[in-house]
Design a protein around this ligand. Structure first.
Ligand code: GUN
Length: 297
């Protein structure tokens, strides 16, 4: 039987609706408007697109959106000074510095300068440590979106065998922590893993986050498993144009999987929805108000 398609776009729309309802309540009942500041350094075209859609989504959710576009040549000191100003600004509850930053800027230093309470990316070492020790943290948006889709699909994930392919700080490692927190048995596989297909075939849940187009094929998947594809790879078509594909060979894997996320329209839309959710969560925590249900890990 063909796999069920997990519609990330539709699910993200529901999450964004929930965020909007919570924002309306925060504004109406508490006089607080959540605010998100996004900082972009330089003119990376992909980053410009992401930043624009983050800003638009923030405004659509009824929140305050601030964009800081800095020249490619801005000094690390100036960027750190802007972060300091945003850390002190009570109208800003979330700060995101779009990565990558130019080579002359130390990204780790920049991320460490963000107030952990405003770190809606969940990249600050304090949040990494809190998540790793099972405490209340700000959680990176992409893995949070994957977790929400898995919970929606399965309810409880307890006891399930999960294989995360990829060990990045942004997706692979936090994804594994979240699955562990939900009581999965978790394996992190990567490029040096011996017999990757056999390891992947053990899984009830496969999360592919490696950045290699169409790498995961049907032989890697246990029949009926749920497959979450985090990859976004642009490849050339035979007619000379390009198209987006994931890390999973969708047509092949859909023949054996129980459920699968498409690319585009799977994980991607959930990432922005979770950024909005994290901004509301950060705002609620700062003001000591009840957090939105179903929008946190
Ligand atoms: N660049 C690509 N993905 C991300 C992300 O999730 N957060 C930030 N800050 N930059 C990125």
């Amino acid at each position: 039987m063909a796999a069920k398609v997990i519609d990330g776009k539709a699910f993200a729309a529901k999450v964004r609706e929930k965020v909007k309802e919570h924002v309306t309540r925060l504004v109406g009942e508490h006089g607080v408007t959540p605010g998100l500041a996004v900082v972009l350094v330089g003119e990376n075209p992909a980053s410009q697109v992401y930043v624009r859609s983050k800003g638009k989504a923030t405004t659509e959710a009824g929140m305050k959106s601030v964009e800081h576009k800095l020249d490619e040549t801005v000094s690390e000191e100036e960027l750190l000074s802007l972060i300091d100003t945003l850390n002190q600004d009570d109208t800003i509850h979330g700060i995101l510095v779009q990565l990558p930053v130019p080579d002359h800027i130390d990204a780790d230093k920049v991320l460490a300068a963000i107030d952990p309470a405003k770190d809606v990316d969940g990249f600050h070492i304090s949040n990494v440590g809190l998540l790793g020790t099972g405490q209340k943290a700000m959680v990176p948006c992409t893995p949070l979106g994957c977790l929400m889709m898995l919970r929606e699909e399965h309810g409880s994930l307890s006891g399930m065998e999960a294989v995360v392919i990829g060990r990045s700080n942004i997706v692979g490692k936090p994804m594994a922590q979240l699955l562990l927190k939900d009581s999965c048995t978790v394996t992190i596989a990567h490029s040096r893993t011996k017999d990757l297909p056999a390891v992947s075939r053990r899984a009830d849940i496969v999360v592919a986050a490696v950045g290699r187009p169409n790498m995961v094929t049907a032989e890697w998947i246990k029949p009926g498993a749920t497959v979450i594809d985090v990859g976004i790879n642009r490849i050339e078509k035979e007619d000379g144009g390009t198209r987006l594909v994931g890390d999973v060979d969708y047509d092949d894997v859909a023949k054996v999987a129980g459920a699968i996320t498409p690319v585009p329209g799977g994980v991607g839309p959930m990432t922005i929805a979770c950024l909005l959710a994290n901004t509301v969560t950060a705002c609620c925590r700062t003001h000591g108000l009840a957090e939105p249900e179903g929008l946190t890990a």
